[in-house]
Design a protein around this ligand. Structure first.
Ligand SMILES: Nc1nc2c(ncn2[C@@H]2O[C@H](COP(=O)(O)OP(=O)(O)OP(=O)(O)O)[C@@H](O)[C@H]2O)c(=O)[nH]1
Ligand SMILES: [Mg+2]
Length: 253
């Protein structure tokens, strides 16, 4: 059983000022609208309705956070998690590139996304989800180039691999790795960018993605004894969780 199977809904955020006041590492899932982010989060966390997955593109319009750890087997789903036991947060970012969203809303999302990935210190790594049939759209490249200067890892997941033959998808995998390897910093050093194939439908790449996320979130490392400071942090996080937002219809049930 993977540690991320314990994931639970934590909070939903529509403005950077409402980001949770937590110190644990965050792993954010970014990608074009409809790339399959929410579906992948549900599969990786082994829970059907955790992240909202939809046939309507642009469904996830806020940053939804899920917590891993601090929820015990016998607990009711709505019981508060034990904040000092939370190990990491998973963020489902709003999909970008959805044409029918109005200009203002689009700008709002893009600013929210750009600022979050560039400025959020707790963000440990980005999982960039791209449809295997059309990787590296302009906004994917924008996302990658916003995040690259942080020096933190990006793990690309090529989704919907079931839509191509095995040969075709392996070709895209190779081309994607080559393109990621072509990024170098001012000293000519490469970036910690990796890529894999994935299909929620055919259950391809689930173990590989799980292992990668656990590694990036530091879940394989034994956790040091909680410091007194963690208690204070957890109280604040509980406050921000209860602060509410105008997002009722986007919250997973
Ligand atoms: N064939 C196939 N379809 C998939 C796969 N994963 C997701 N889908 C479908 O793709 C559509 C979009 O999936 P979502 O998970 O809602 O996509 P998202 O990236 O969260 O989209 P936004 O919330 O709009 O950003 C849904 O109809 C899914 O059923 C996959 O592995 N294979
Ligand atoms: Mg979604």
């Amino acid at each position: 059983m993977s540690k991320i199977w314990q994931a639970r809904f934590f909070t939903t955020v529509n403005h950077l000022r409402n980001l949770p006041d937590t110190t644990v590492p965050e792993i954010a899932f970014a990608g074009r609208s409809n790339a399959g982010k929410s579906t992948a989060i549900n599969i990786l966390c082994n829970q059907k309705g955790l992240a909202f997955a939809s046939k309507t593109p642009g469904r996830t319009q806020h940053i939804n956070f899920f917590s891993v750890g601090g929820a015990h087997v016998a607990m009711h789903r709505h019981d508060p998690v034990n904040m000092d036991e939370v190990r990491c947060l998973i963020a489902d970012l709003p999909g970008y590139g959805y044409a029918e969203v109005s200009g203002d809303a689009k700008l709002h999302w893009q600013r929210l996304l750009g600022d979050y990935v560039q400025q959020r210190e707790q963000l440990a790594a980005l999982v960039l989800m791209m449809d295997v049939r059309r990787p590296f759209t302009d906004l994917d490249v924008q996302m990658l180039e916003w995040f690259a200067p942080t020096g933190k890892p990006i793990h690309c997941i090529l989704t919907k691999a079931d839509k191509l033959t095995r040969n075709e998808s392996v070709n895209v995998l190779r081309q994607t790795q080559a393109r990621l390897d072509s990024y170098v910093d001012e000293e000519g050093e490469g970036f910690p960018f990796t890529v894999q194939l994935f299909s929620a439908l055919k259950r391809i790449g689930i173990e590989e993605a799980t292992a990668k996320i656990e590694e990036l979130a530091g879940l394989n490392v034994e956790r040091p004894a909680p410091a007194a400071a963690a208690d204070a942090a957890s109280d604040e996080a509980a406050d921000s969780r209860n602060a509410g937002d105008d997002t009722a219809d986007d919250k997973p049930a």
